[in-house]
Design a protein around this ligand. Sequence first.
Ligand SMILES: Cc1cc2nc3c(=O)[nH]c(=O)nc-3n(C[C@H](O)[C@H](O)[C@H](O)COP(=O)(O)O)c2cc1C
Length: 174
Amino acid sequence: MTEPVQPVLRATPEAALFRDAMARVASAVHIVTTIGPHGRIGLTATAVASVSDAPPTVLVCIARPSRTLAVIEASGVFCINTLPGDGDELAEIFASRRGIEGEARFGSRRWGSLATGAPVLQDAVAAFDCRLVAAHDVATHRILIGEVLGLGGAAKSPAGATSLIYRKRQFESV
Ligand SMILES: Cc1cc2nc3c(=O)[nH]c(=O)nc-3n(C[C@H](O)[C@H](O)[C@H](O)COP(=O)(O)O)c2cc1C
């Protein structure tokens, strides 16, 4: 006779325990960018996932107070730039941890654009240039669904380039 599976958790976990559990999960780190009437803007995000390849579709979860979110919703476009291993300082800047705002955030690396005009990091591991096709509010965040209109980054990077991950509240190059 097989033993019944014991649930690890018997009740809704506290937010702090949830965050500690998520902190043990390694995540790729991305800069989500767009362009608006006041220029380029972006934020650091790990809550990014592939949705479908027919048509190519991705999602990103953004906190509703985000300044970048408001500009994405106005422009209807965004680009997910997946960071290379040496992108930790860029991730800090776009997480508002360096006191650098607006256009100045784009000063330290080379950026271009593809179909939508959203900023594309030239040496991204991959860049997914998107048209916003849907948005859903869940809890504190808004899930943005993007149809991928163009790809950048990896094709121009040397094979075997490193990626940036976030784990145990630290950046690591893998
Ligand atoms: C490693 C890391 C991952 C993050 N992931 C997300 C995320 O997935 N979604 C989000 O809304 N904010 C995320 N943040 C926080 C935003 O980057 C931060 O709040 C940023 O300052 C928002 O900028 P904005 O208000 O100018 O858009 C993350 C921060 C760090 C350091």
